[in-house]
Design a protein around this ligand. Structure first.
Ligand SMILES: Cc1ncc(C[n+]2csc(CCOP(=O)(O)OP(=O)(O)O)c2C)c(N)n1
Length: 620
């Protein structure tokens, strides 16, 4: 096994071509087995094996920073930088992160897993090295999917202008989560299909210019030919008109060609993009054959077949999907917008059933939200389907473009709360606090499958903006009669000693806490808050009459639902003395990876933890 002999990039330098090819095969097998055990990102990593080998042979990491956009495709980089054994604990509590991690290795510079940021980091690092007189190369690897995000363009524009020495590797596999939606990407694809085009064009341009007598004329007719081929010319022209040199396309699975291109590009004194074409899922048949996602990410699976283990339970995503199918069936003005995640947000069945009613805007959450505001102004009822963590990107647009204009835009925020395996950057713990700051925004938190369906229908029917935030994974089944109505909260049980107000997923934990308290003689009332904004006055009054109020939410405690409820109880005109309000939520800190149940238990947000906090507060 070559793999066992590699513990740092320097171990690669002496390997010949055949050895490198064998090593690439071993790495692929290793990654498939590691991801099969506990899930993770597969397709992107399988596609980046040769590219990562070439990068580490040409550059001198960590002196030369190797920067990965999004970071989900850095498994090979981790293996080559001494972390192979860590894959036993990939994405587990206290284990290897699924993204680059500064704590893990000096080879990792950036661990933000939100896309399209890397060219900005690269610009900053190159500026710092220049200013400090340090001769270091900055290498930024960005996918064609990440190139659909606005920040990438802002950075390119700046890089071209400043002339900073950044080597950009455009890892083009034609795919984001799904096939990449972008004109630039379409044109990159054309170049991929005709890889010799750029060099041929440059050669012909050179010869034509030199033709004695007719050079100028021939060149002008060449302009006509060029116009005809504009589609093909766009990517190089695009980069070069921004001041960024373009080279490529290079076969991203040919280590020799890759190394040659990278060494040449490294000589260039300014920003340069090396366009590398790769195949997502390369070398693993089930990934290569997965037309939609190339097994972009996957939970644990059988490596023989590529089929996921377990599964079967109804998820909140599935409930959202089914409800959207119904809503788009019944209302011709309802449509959904996704930022490059049609599959993961459950919109593919909607697209299939009602073609044209799902719009994929690329990894462009900000644009998605403002475009939704425009659609609403034009008479449509858009539902913006995002993961909660990515909503943070578009807060300004939600606040001003949607909120200030009072538009009927519904935000469906999946993966709200603690998400688990993907670590700090993927938890959806800010959405409640952020959405509560937006005037006129109705904030729904469903606690079961039936509630999600009800709330989504209600949200779309409201005249102004609304958000429905729901957690990852299996949906709680709805007990008979346990679906609330409109903007009302729902009383679940009575009790005179304490009133627990549960939000979303934590309603179940609140009920468990009440049962545990009952066994020690404490009578707890429980409410499902359902709508965090506007708050139901009947619930507030009932809570204000209790000796102790406890709020529980799977979002940040400071500025979240609990603190808003606490203020609202204090503001109730009719109460002379407000009861104490204990607000339980996630802390003001970055929460590391682990299974959600474990994180909830550690944070005191499971039934037992909530009961313990209440007993402490009551002294019982
Ligand atoms: C702001 C943001 N929105 C959505 C995502 C979810 N996401 C993770 S990877 C990915 C696709 C990235 O495509 P690309 O950059 O081409 O990399 P590939 O996986 O194809 O190698 C998306 C949409 C994200 N990480 N960040």
């Amino acid at each position: 096994m070559f793999l066992d002999t590699i513990s740092s990039p320097s171990d690669l330098k002496g390997l010949g071509r055949a050895e490198l090819r064998a090593l690439a095969d071993e790495i692929r097998t290793f990654i498939v087995e590691a991801v099969a055990r506990g899930g993770g990102h597969l397709g992107s990593n399988l596609g980046a094996v040769e590219l990562t080998l070439a990068v580490h042979r040409v550059f001198d990491s960590p002196r030369d920073p190797i920067l990965w956009d999004t970071g989900h495709q850095a498994y090979v980089h981790k293996i080559l930088t001494g972390r192979k054994d860590g894959f036993e604990t990939l994405r587990q509590a206290d284990g290897l992160s699924g993204y680059p991690s500064r704590q893990e290795s000096e080879h990792d510079w950036v661990e933000n897993s939100h896309a399209s940021t890397i060219l900005s980091y690269a610009h900053g690092l190159a500026s710092a090295f220049d200013e400090r007189g340090e001769d270091r190369r900055v290498v930024a690897i960005v996918g064609d999917g990440a190139m659909t995000g606005g920040m990438a363009y802002e950075a390119l524009n700046n890089l071209g202008h400043s002339g900073r020495r950044v080597l950009i590797i455009l890892n083009d596999n034609g795919r984001s989560y799904a096939p990449t939606v972008s004109r630039l990407s379409e044109n990159l694809t054309m170049l991929r299909l005709s890889p010799s085009w750029v060099s041929t064009r440059r050669r012909i341009e050179g010869w034509t210019r030199e033709l004695p007598g007719v050079g100028g004329l021939a060149l002008s007719s060449w302009q006509g030919v060029k116009a005809a081929f504009r589609q093909m010319l766009e990517p190089p022209t695009f980069f070069e008109s921004l001041g960024v040199r373009y080279t490529g396309p290079i076969d991203g699975h040919d280590i020799g060609k890759l190394e040659h291109a990278l060494r040449n590009a490294a000589e260039y004194d300014g920003p340069i993009v090396v366009h590398v074409r790769t195949q997502k899922g390369r070398g693993y048949a089930p990934a290569e054959m997965d037309v939609e996602k190339c097994l972009h990410d996957i939970s644990s699976f059988d490596p023989e077949t590529g089929q996921p283990n377990g599964g079967g339970a109804l998820t909140y995503t599935q409930v959202f999907s089914d409800t959207m199918v119904t809503l788009t069936d019944e209302h011709s003005d309802v449509l959904a917008i996704t930022a490059a995640m049609p599959g993961s947000t459950g919109l593919l069945p909607v697209q299939e059933r009602n073609p044209g009613r799902v719009i994929d805007v690329g990894i462009a959450e900000q644009h998605a939200v403002t475009a939704a505001a425009g659609m609403a102004m034009g008479g449509l009822r858009p539902v913006v389907a995002l993961y909660s963590t990515f909503f943070s990107r578009a807060f300004d647009q939600a606040n001003l473009d949607v909120g200030l204009h009072g538009q009927n835009v519904t935000f469906a925020l999946d993966r709200a709360g603690i998400t688990g395996d993907d670590g700090a950057s993927h938890h959806g713990v800010l959405d409640i606090a952020l959405c509560l700051r937006i005037p006129g925004m109705t904030v729904f938190a469903p606690s079961s499958a039936g509630e999600l369906e009800r709330m989504l229908i209600d949200a779309v029917a409201l005249p102004g903006p609304a958000v429905v935030r729901f957690p990852k994974g299996a949906a709680r089944q709805t007990a008979a009669g346990a679906v609330g109505a409109g903007l009302r909260s729902r009383r679940i049980r009575d009790g005179a000693d304490v009133c627990i107000l549960g939000v979303g997923k934590l309603v179940e934990a609140a009920e468990q806490a009440a049962e545990e308290l009952e066994s020690v003689g404490v009578a707890a009332a429980v409410w499902d808050v359902r709508v965090i904004k506007p708050l139901d006055v009947e619930m507030l009054r009932a809570a204000a009459a209790a000796p102790l109020v406890v709020t529980v939410e799977d979002g940040v405690r400071v500025g979240g639902a609990g603190s808003t409820i606490s203020d609202a109880i204090a503001d109730l005109q009719e109460t002379r003395l407000s009861p104490p309000v204990l607000t339980l939520g996630t802390p003001d800190g970055y929460i590391p990876q682990a299974k959600p149940a474990r994180i909830h238990a550690e944070l005191g947000l499971d039934g037992h933890g909530i009961a313990a906090s209440i007993r402490k507060a009551l002294g019982r």
